[in-house]
Design a protein around this ligand. Sequence first.
Ligand code: ME8
Length: 667
Amino acid sequence: MNTKPFYVTTPIYYVNDVPHVGHAYTTLAADTLSRWHKLLGHESYFLTGTDEHGLKIEQAARNTGVSPQEHADRYSQPFRELCGIIDAENNDFIRTTEARHQKVVQEMWQRMEANGDIYLGEYAGWYSVSDEAYFTEDELVNGKAPSGHPVEWVVEKSYFFRLSKYTDALLAYFEAHPDFVLPHTRANEIKRFVEQGLKDISISRTSFSWGIPVPNDDQHVTYVWVDALTNYISALGGPNGDLYDKFWPAAHHIIGKDILRFHAVFWPCFLMSAGLPLPKQIIAHGWWTVEGEKMSKSKGNAIDPLKAVAAVGADAFRYFLLREIPFGSDGDFSQSALITRINSELANDYGNLLNRTLGMLKKYRKSVLPQEVSPKDTSWSELEEQLLNTVSEARQELIKQMSNYRFHDALRAIWTAVSAGNKYVDSAAPWTLAKAGDEKAKELDKVLYNLIELLRIIGVWTLPFLPSKAKELLQAIKVDESTWSFAQTMSDAWGTVLKGGQELSSGLALFPRIEGPLELTRKSQVVTETQAKTLAKKEGNISKKEDQKGQKQASEDTKKTIEFEDFTKLDVKVAVVVDAEAHPNADRLLKLSVDVGEAELRTVCAGIASVYKPAELIGKRVALLANLKPRKIRGILSQGMILAAGEGETMRLVEVPEGPKAGEGIR
Ligand code: ME8
């Protein structure tokens, strides 16, 4: 195995807002890259986190009447949770208020100082708190920062960093590393900016205290961008850390175009000054608008990743964001585009191939995979050759596009294999072969095997993009996890991985069709009910009396333990959903028909309509409390209760992995 290290980061997000689709986009692009490199057999390390110092945060905390640290704790948590919501597999989550980070920022400072690059002076100029950036008179646009944010005149003693010293070195670096900043159009803008000559920058502040103290001068706190950018190495344990040894400078910084200058100019210069190598690449993506408009708090139009995932599922959300716009370009998030892509590309094209294949395998071969077929077999025909060629080309295309961060083209390449599969079904017409009986049985076997083989390859390729659906597919067609690698999808692996004779899943509904309108925007700042309660308690907003009442209740609850015999009275078993529909008399409820083994079907009402669509439940393997006394719920007799975790929008059914059959007990 090639264990080449790969390090990918997102910006660390400011804790002055809760996550929206823009943050989700960067995080999931980084996640997809990280997963892609793992699929290639590389060792990948993926970092994200939150940026918690600076005047902006201090002011936001003051406005809400809490300490900056409390404010940071409150707003950092949703960013940590964002990773789970969009199924991002980060290795670490760094917060700039952590001691491990502060130590490395101070070390960076000392290294830059030891190199003669820091001096004390007086700063007088325009400062934009929103951008946490200084501007010269010439840079202002109509008296405001170029971003449109207001600026204030600041005069204070400040340490300066000799950025000017690095103009030539940085230009030379750009010249020697033409792919250091991507896309190239943006790299050219940066180059033109540097060519005008860099000016020294102020890197400390005395007018507020929410920051990392400057070493040996605690009147000053470190400028937030010196602080924030250093997260990329502090999370690795700093220049002496073991992770640093392994992953630096194999770093790929994925950022939005808004903060490119900080990453492509300041950060390399700070590193050069500190005597440290520069990251491998800085990749700036474009900007999302929503239904043609800029996202803004006042408009309340920000797409909430939590709501989007509840509405369409994490994988479909990921698919849309990565497929909809070329990485690097701006794009618009519209409901109609989201629904169209999901319905036509996931539910129709992909779903069709999947349903037809598993459906025919069930119908013609009782879901048992026929014997292996490979391109070396005499039965290999022109049709198969065409299919294989398309798959090989798609594979080449996928590698090419992923090495250029063109996620949308990478997905497009995968979908050429999906279309080729559907075409193969149409041309091979398995239904005609089936009608011909024994005479064409071998041919039918071949077609069915090839289709499952194609699904295996698509399953492996989609692992970085649609991680949980790809996994579901690979498990349903019994692909051993040890073979989930890109290398196993080369054309000479065709027919060598999947062994015939196994019984595969008889059906799988990966992507149900979506119907609008969907509720996707965030109207309030509060993230989850539990969080709101914890916060309220922290802030003293829950009265002492209420809190005492809660604690008393909790201690009474713990006294109410049960005997093991009581537990054995519960009959919890595996049930498979075979049908689902809206409850005729209650919006909140779904009416499910579940298979509980031994040919018994039960009707169960479940309050899950706000979280699940009926179609996506079919085939789900759930936990059923089977001996609960049947009772009528809004006119329908419910024979048991399906177990779920959580409440509200984050509630999910407890699912049972493949293995135990319907009706088997859960202990
Ligand atoms: O800038 N479209 O944090 P931040 C696409 N703390 N991406 C968007 C977006 C949109 N509409 N809105 C936000 C900071 N983003 C600093 C970073 S790093 C050392 C310090 C994404 O909370 C995009 O990645 O303002 C952008 O660069 C980032 O969020 C800005 O996050």
